[in-house]
Design a protein around this ligand. Structure first.
Ligand SMILES: *Cc1c(COP(=O)(O)O)cnc(C)c1O
Length: 865
């Protein structure tokens, strides 16, 4: 029997696997009833293995089969939901065949693989995207049509997989699509939250209400549950050093929870390569705690089983700040420990020495959320593999790569040391040792401030572990997500680490988006127009987005310009139809469509936008009817969720909703200005809004938006950009030309000084901007109802104004005016739109994932034939 103190029993698969090869041939029999010698084995394999359903009749057969068996329904009693599920299961069959081929191929090749660890994967819907990537949309449409259903209606039955808050999670999803499309061996690892990002409801007076998102309510046809892939994960308990004088320790007791794998297929576009996204769900180890049960404490037994299931029950609905929450730390450890156990099992199967691990595995940390993977790999190498400390540290620091996503100080993750010691007792010993104080002191003798700044531990009450520091020292390379952001990473939060490690540890990978979902899927008309115009097959240019530059040859072609404008118009009609059907709202499709959709946050400055809207409203009210008639009508669209505890962001939503209520009803202005707040922003909603936009707003305070990715989505769809000189806006302008974007506002280097002035030499708002002062006064005086409720929001501007609304307001208003003028020159505007799309090649996530593959992970494409 193995002892409980034997480290070899920890983190191993809970069941040994006995495998054999399936005998696939059915022997033919001769006249005497004896088995005939089988024909060529290869042939027989082929005869019995299932083939993909790619033609209309086989798709129909597969659909009906799933209706009758998998769903156990009668063919005469099928709803759209049932038909969607049958379609999904049928498509999944095709995906799984490719998935299997890919895994067999990758095992045969046995090359280096990369793993993308992300606490969020904001996948959105799958059906439409899978059909696009498989190239089977037309076949499925026809088949479903013949069966009496409509494919588009079935697509609408699918709930978004909302396993993320915003940009960070959507980035992970785009990267998976590109990894498969680029035929790279990359797996994602995440959590299978029972409840994804909350559903946002808006009360009649504009308050955000949150409801749970039961996305798994019905069968999820896109996942495969792998009851055979499960690991035991330990929490709490005690840790001891081994007595043999090595670094080895052991961790025992406490709570053990099972991590069970659910696999989601990630098909590449126009390739059989299909990678895997493995999501972990928690479950109690033995149904419930047997010890309590035996002691007659039935209730306690159930409680502990609930506490195991709770680990993966809900996605934390915060972006930028989530710390101190024990359950969140538990999620992070549960997920990283299960993922590493799985990665290590695959590596051990290769039979290579541990020291070669970095030649076979690269692990990307998407933000600091998976940083516990660093001490966890140390624990495995030291405690389970019995490697010396230095060797283990060498392996670790050549395996991990870290992407930073924010320089906002309040968003840098840190965990109280007492909580860490309690939950992960083996960890503190592992975390304290790495960056031995002596090596810093050796390099910078006597520089105690530097030592304190660089320490993994923030000396406070209580002490905290700084996760960004741990991720930094434990990784081979660190990158930011746009040029400006990567520079800020090097020169602000990690400046001391730059001095210590040198510049080669730091890099940049500007974010990207997948053109499959964010152009081909969401804007099929534009996709067809582009294909026809540049005369390059769609499957070529969608994988080499720089080909869009060919569009530049046609910017003087008047017919093309008209077709381009007609597609935009049709997309506006599509959005208007959607809003009429789902929200009973009427939208004037002749107006300019001005869109800002993203998480609600002070740094993203939806406030600046709505204050600009109020300014426009006041200006319109002051005009004569004949003056107004000369104006281009404008629709301003907002969508986005606020973190449930973020009162200022929620108040911004309330202001937007109430401004919309007043402005849209005012007979003086309603023909010229309309405001809409669309509740419950999601990937699917983005797919409808983005193709309809003439202009979109990305107006963060300079230096605060790491990259942004929705800016790229809009520009790819021919929407122009109104932005600050921040994040990827800068690189977009470099590509499309500054004459095709609208920039305003102070630059990053000015921000610190302006904040200093607000704090130490405050100037009244009216001295900075009379326009803004008037707007604030009107809101305060109750123009939008609820006198007084907006004061906490308005006071953030009147007082510290940390996000510099007062400093940027006038230049923002000027930029809006420039947009009005530019829009009135219709032909020139269409040309700008075409030029914008044409130059978006750089922002394909294919480029970004190749940057990671080549400059960071050192992995190679390998095609599944
Ligand atoms: C792209 C995307 C984001 C990121 O938007 P930013 O404007 O870059 O913050 C957030 N949510 C959804 C649903 C998205 O599709």
């Amino acid at each position: 029997m193995t002892s409980v103190l034997d480290p070899a029993t920890i983190g191993k698969p809970s069941r040994p696997r006995h495998v054999r090869t399936l005998t696939l041939y059915i022997p033919e029999q001769d006249e005497d009833g004896k088995d005939k010698w089988p024909r060529g084995e290869e042939e027989l394999w082929r005869a019995n293995l299932r083939k993909p359903d790619t033609d209309v009749p086989s798709i129909a057969r597969s659909f009906v089969n799933h209706v009758q068996t998998s769903l156990a329904r009668q063919p005469h009693n099928l709803s759209d939901l049932g038909a969607y599920l049958a379609t999904g299961l049928s498509v999944r069959d095709n995906l799984l065949l490719n998935w299997n081929e890919t895994q067999m191929h990758m095992n045969r090749v046995a090359g280096k693989r990369a793993y993308y660890l992300s606490l969020e994967f904001l996948m959105g819907r799958t059906l439409d995207n899978a059909l696009l990537n498989l190239g089977l949309k037309d076949q499925y449409r026809e088949s479903i049509d013949r069966l009496g259903f409509n494919l588009e209606d079935l697509i609408d039955q699918e709930r978004d997989a909302g396993l993320g808050n915003g940009g960070l999670g959507r980035l992970a999803a785009c990267y998976l699509d590109s990894s498969s499309t680029q035929e790279l061996p990359v797996w994602g690892y995440g959590l299978r939250y029972k409840y994804g990002i909350f559903q946002q409801l808006i009360s009649p007076d504009g308050q955000q209400l949150e409801a749970p998102d039961p996305w798994l309510e019905h069968l999820n046809p896109w996942e495969v549950s792998r009851a055979d892939v499960q690991y035991e994960i330990r929490f709490y308990g005690e840790a001891q050093k081994y007595v043999n004088g090595t670094a080895r320790g052991v961790w025992y007791g406490g709570q053990e929870v099972l991590a069970v794998a659910y696999d989601v297929t990630i098909p590449g576009y126009d390739t059989r390569n299909t990678n895997n996204l493995r999501l972990w769900a928690s479950k109690p180890k033995r149904g419930f705690d047997l010890q309590s049960f035996n002691a007659g404490n039935y209730e306690h037994a159930i409680e502990s089983s609930n506490s195991a299931a709770a680990i993966t029950s809900v996605l934390y609905p915060n972006d930028q700040t989530t710390f101190g929450k024990e359950l969140r730390l538990k999620q992070q450890y549960f997920w990283t420990a299960a993922s590493l156990a799985d990665i290590m099992r695959r590596f051990r199967n290769l039979g290579k020495p541990m020291i070669e691990l970095p030649d076979y595995i690269a692990i990307q940390l998407n933000d600091t959320h998976p940083t516990l993977a660093i001490p966890e790999l140390m624990r495995i190498l030291v405690d389970e593999e019995d490697l010396p400390w230095d060797v283990a540290w060498y392996i670790v620091t050549n395996t991990f790569f870290f992407t930073n996503h924010t320089v906002l100080p309040e968003a840098l993750e840190k965990w109280p040391v007492p909580l860490m010691e309690h939950l992960l007792p083996r960890y503190c010993a592992i975390i304290i040792t790495p960056l031995s104080i002596s090596s810093v002191e050796h390099k910078f003798p006597g520089d105690h401030d530097r030592l304190a700044r660089m320490s993994l531990i923030e000396e406070n009450h209580p002490k905290y572990v700084r996760m960004a520091h741990l991720a930094c020292i434990g990784s081979r390379k660190i990158n930011g997500v746009a040029e400006l952001h990567s520079e800020l990473v090097r020169t602000t939060i990690f400046k001391d680490f730059l001095d210590f490690f040198g510049v080669s540890k730091f890099g940049n990978v500007t974010n990207g988006i997948t053109p499959r979902r964010w152009l081909a899927q969401c804007n099929p008309d534009l996709t067809d127009l582009i294909t026809k115009t540049i005369n390059i097959p769609k499957n070529i240019w969608l994988k080499d987005l720089s080909q869009l530059e060919e569009l530049l040859k046609y910017v003087e072609d008047e017919d093309f310009l008209e077709e381009w404008a007609a597609v935009k118009q049709a997309n506006k009609e599509r959005l208007a139809h959607y809003m009429r059907v789902t929200l009973s709202l009427n939208v004037n499709t002749k107006a300019m469509f001005d869109v800002q959709i993203k998480r609600l946050h002070e740094y993203k400055r939806q406030t600046l936008n709505i204050l600009g809207v109020v300014h426009r409203y006041l200006t319109l009210k002051a005009m004569s009817p004949s003056e107004r008639k000369k104006l281009t009508p404008r629709n301003v669209f907002f969508a986005g969720k606020a973190a449930p505890g973020y009162e200022i962001a929620k108040l911004t939503i309330r202001l937007i909703v109430n401004v919309a209520r007043v402005v849209n009803a005012d007979p003086d202005t309603k023909d010229y200005l309309n405001v809409f707040f669309l509740p419950d922003y999601s990937v699917t909603m983005a797919e409808i809004l983005i193709p309809a936009s003439d202009i979109s707003q990305h107006i963060s305070t300079a230096g605060t938006e790491a990259s942004g990715t929705s800016n790229m989505k809009f520009c790819l769809n021919g929407g122009l950009l109104l932005g600050t000189v921040d994040g990827a806006n800068i690189e977009i302008a470099e590509e499309v030309g500054s004459e095709n974007v609208f920039f305003f506002g102070h630059l990053t280097p000015a921000v610190e000084e302006l904040r200093y002035q607000h704090k130490h030499h405050p100037v009244p708002v009216e001295e900075k901007s009379r326009n803004l002062a008037k707007v604030l006064d009107q809101i305060s005086s109750g123009l939008f109802g609820d006198e007084g409720v907006y004061e906490p929001l308005l006071n953030t501007i009147r007082q510290l104004d940390y996000y510099l609304i007062t400093d940027d307001f006038d230049s923002y208003i000027e930029a809006l005016q420039m947009i009005d003028d530019a829009y009135n020159d219709r032909t020139e505007w269409i040309k700008k739109s075409i030029r914008t799309t044409a130059k978006m090649g750089k922002f394909s996530s294919d480029r970004a994932i190749q940057d990671y593959a080549q400059e960071y992970w050192n992995i190679e494409s390998t095609k599944v034939e």
